[in-house]
Design a protein around this ligand. Structure first.
Ligand code: AHG
Ligand code: MN
Ligand code: MN
Length: 334
């Protein structure tokens, strides 16, 4: 593939591989790209235009909404609702699915998104991101409902995220590998910067919120204890630890150099089987990780095979370098 390719050119060239393609999918991704550029601008200028900090509102999950959560959600909806390619949307910030307003044409796809992941980091100027997952809509239904989104992750036709870090980077998969595009702010376009990303199968770096350790289940506790024991423990090697508290940033680090990320099931709040949400965090990130040669599990099964029961359902998440994820899985099986 030639260097200097824009994401628009990349999507148009990919579309040519499908003779039956209508251009709807390409247009949908273009809408996501526009939304993410707008969000990147807002995140970048937040301190200057007075949109750091929290709203007075909470989202459906009882989490305080940041001003930028609300703005990012609006930008996603505004950029995507008019295009005629979507049958509906679902968002972390919306209690139920979003219907395409009547004045717009409806289309064949569904999108789910976390408009701004890691938003608790915004005031500290730490990286955040937008995560999205695209599914096919059921055919012949005039109005979409929440149940139409409850498809396992294996049904995703595309998954991606845009990271708002020192550089703004869009990472995408349509099931044929993972590619990354970096925003050139002077031009206003994303350029292909990494092709067919592969995650090393081995790693000596883990990411977990260790403040929850007293609530972990035995397999996770065993795995982390063995890492912490270093050269004196059963692994016979020292491990390194990272925790950004922005899933997008953790996944991006794992794509760049390997690693294992865990937000496992714990006993802190028995009503929640994990912290992260299946539909717009765990599933899209699992598709990206698997497409890059990594693995992704709840500890008890492949995340993308979990049958969803609700839009905001939470799941345990263990993903990253294959051999370490397989090891944690084997500890769960013992
Ligand atoms: P969100 O900001 O969309 O609510 O998601 C934050 C998530 C995820 O990005 C991160 O890995 C995790 O929450 C951090 O959890 P802790 O605050 O427990 O570290
Ligand atoms: Mn999130
Ligand atoms: Mn969020």
């Amino acid at each position: 593939m030639q260097k200097g390719m824009t994401i628009t050119q990349f999507l148009i060239e990919k579309q040519r591989d499908f003779t039956s393609a209508t251009g709807d999918f390409t247009a949908l991704l273009n809408g996501v790209v526009v939304a993410c550029k707008r969000i990147a601008g807002a995140v970048n200028k937040a301190g200057l235009i007075g949109v750091l900090g929290a709203e007075d509102s909470e989202n459906v999950q009882g989490e305080v909404q940041k001003k930028l959560d609300v703005i990012s959600n609006r930008y996603m909806i505004e950029s995507l609702e008019w295009g005629g390619y979507l049958a509906g949307m679902a968002s972390e910030e919306e209690e139920t699915c979003y219907q395409i307003p009547d004045q717009y044409k409806k289309g064949r796809y569904l999108i789910l998104f976390d408009p701004l992941d890691g938003s608790s980091n915004l005031d500290a100027n730490i990286s955040t991101g937008t995560i999205f997952s695209i599914l096919k809509a059921p055919e012949g239904k005039p109005n979409i409902e929440d149940a139409d989104f409850l498809q396992p992750g294996t049904e995703q036709v595309c998954a991606g995220y845009c990271m708002y870090g020192p550089a703004t980077v869009m990472v995408l998969t349509t099931g044929q590998g993972v590619n990354a595009f970096t925003l050139d702010r002077d031009v206003g376009e994303f350029y292909l910067t990494e092709e067919n990303i592969r995650i090393p199968e081995d790693t000596r770096e883990f990411a977990i919120n260790a403040s929850n350790s007293r609530f972990w289940e035995p397999p996770v506790k065993r795995y982390i204890d063995e890492c912490l024991a270093g050269t004196e423990g059963p692994r016979g090697e020292n491990f390194n630890m990272r925790w950004v508290a922005s899933m997008v940033a953790e996944i991006h680090r794992i794509l760049s150099r390997g690693g294992i990320f865990m937000y496992p099931r714990d006993t802190k709040d028995p009503s929640k089987p994990g912290r992260l949400r299946l539909m717009y965090e765990a599933n899209p990130m699992s598709m990206i990780i698997e497409q890059a040669g990594g693995a992704s599990t709840t500890g008890r099964g492949r995340i993308m095979e979990v049958q969803p029961e609700g839009l905001h359902q939470r799941v345990p998440v263990i993903l990253g370098s294959k051999n370490e994820v397989d090891r944690v899985t084997s500890y769960h099986n013992e």
